[in-house]
Structures are given as C-alpha cells and as structure tokens.
Design a protein around this ligand. Sequence first.
Ligand SMILES: [Zn+2]
Length: 125
Amino acid sequence: MTSLRRRVIGLGCAFVIFGGALSAGGLWTFGGTIGIWGIIAFVAGMFMQEPDRFDPEEVASWRPSAAPMANAGRTMYRVDTTIDEPIHTTVLCGSCAHLAEMDGPRPATFTCPGCGLLLWEDEEE
Ligand SMILES: [Zn+2]
C-alpha cells in the first residue's frame, strides 16, 4: 500500500512537470490537461490512507540488504533492533557485508564474526 501511494505521488509529480513543460512549449490545452491530472493524482496520493504502518510479520522478517558499504575512513556498520517483542537485532558489517542476527537488544560490544573486526564498543559500560 505504501509503495502504491508513493508511486501515485511520483506519477502525479511527473505529470505536473510534464504538463508544465508542454504548457511552456505552447501546447496549453494538452499540457494543461496533463498537469491537472497530475495534480489530481498527486492530491489523491497524498490523501490515500496507509492502513497498517506496521505489519508485525513484515517487521520481524525484515533484514537489511547485505551489501558492502563505502568505507569512510572507519568501519561502517548498520545496526537494526526491533522495537516490538520479540526483540531482535541485526548487524550488517560494512567491511565484509556479513549479516549477523541475534536475539535481544544491541550488545555493548560487537565483533564481526565474518571478518573479526570490532565494530563498536560502548565506553560507558
Ligand atoms: Zn565483517
């Protein structure tokens, strides 16, 4: 549903831009009609209801896509912890793209099992 909404808004934007371009090019009637439809699609998209922001199953099964991240001078990683029970944490190592999964919240320290790099260490603990 969310992606459909986004698609409708995107389509609306495209139509508005396209319509505007045609209008500027002298095709007033044609461009104006497309522009109006674009605005309608845009407004419809904006007011479209999003029934379920959280699909628990979808959230529970969600994993970040495993892809190496750009190294910005330090080891990049991505930690995602679920808000709802069961608490589940995924750690994506930016160095080797290893995706580690564990039950419970984000640990104080984490060493990537894939490449052995210490990804983080909380100093206050
Ligand atoms: Zn790693």
